[in-house]
Design a protein around this ligand. Sequence first.
Ligand code: ZN
Length: 451
Amino acid sequence: MARQIKSSDFEKNNFKIPYFSIFGVFFIVILFSVLWRPLNLDRTVYVPLTPQAETTVNDRNHSSVVDGDEKVEIVNGKPPVVTESSDVPEDEIATDELDNIIDGKDNSVQYTIVRGDTLHDILLRYNVNRNDIYQLTTKFKQLANLRIGQQVSWTTDDNHNLKTFSWTISSNNIRIYEKSNGNFIESSEIAEVVPQNVVIKGDIKSSFVADARKSGLTSNEIAIITRALQWRLDFRRLQIGDKFSVVLTREMHGKSLSNSQLLGVRFKNGTKDYYAILGDDGKYYDINGNSLSQGFFRYPLEKKARVSSGFNPRRLHPVTGQIAPHNGVDFAVSRGTPVLSVGNGEVVIAKYSGSAGNYIAIRHGRQYMTTYMHLDKILVKPGQQVKQGDKIGLSGNTGRSTGPHLHFELHINNKPVNPLTASLPISEELTGKSKKVFLSKVKSISSQLEF
Ligand SMILES: [Zn+2]
């Protein structure tokens, strides 16, 4: 067992005996090799979207350890002073049954590739074990060739370990990656796949999830429907007597369902109708060809700001060796700087909350959540609807914070991701020829969606 070396030993320069100097250097070398490996694993480079959005990001390969809101430099090999993480609000954000389905918590997920996706990011968003992601994507380089509109699906165990992954290249060409003895093995199914067009209709009698299941929709199909309409329809506002109807293509492998593609869905919520119709680009639009997606700002400030502490899910406590993640990005801004909502959404929490200080959480659609901490002032109330760019607060230094800054987090499917690099939804309209093609498709699909 190694002798416990305290930072005070170093500061007081207690190592005057050569034996201990050598021992000290040896200890630091080990400490560095333990620390650096995980830090480098998820090293990313941030490319600003626009010149205005330019920020600086910590290079995780340099000799500093970032802890909460303090950046502690390791100078001359001395161990850093360690403080606790200080961005943990006391208030938890409530989730429901539908969240569990779209978060992939029922261990099986089906996903349609959209522009900007990489397999690594998709699997990470759904909490899949990082080592499995790494193994799969490095062993099978062909998985970098995913195309827009293709479907992938996977199953995990309760500990997020990947069991099987399948990639539908075309309706009769499916690659399957199965884990056996810790390694993924690729096989390919060129078997008969029989596509079936299915129309499913139902009424809301208890909750959308329960009634959708009763009508024969699978968890994956419910998740696809929810994701498609998340920016238009608040699923919690569905009421008894509301209706839904769905057109799907299900690909059957013998008797088992391998993939579903949602062609169109319609909800009748009170007197209002909500549609999502699949376009040729793999995205969903309303019946007029308007995008159902919604844009996000990359960061919640009017002007560029220095990033004083980057996102680091694998941040290690230098002494205990425990993972103490920094789930967001710290922007060095002076007290009173306006903080903006990065997208349209609903305020779910706006209050003082433990070490997070004055704290705001905003839910955007079904998959996205943003949080803002250590604010000087909160300018919104829980339940309030906000628009992208609305001033929601003023930055500050409340809670456990050692200086004025804004701590900002982005969660996708209830998992924190790096807000500076995550792929964000973009709102795009159909124009010209692609709009014409889409509108002619709408006619045939919407006729099947009548109640
Ligand atoms: Zn922070």
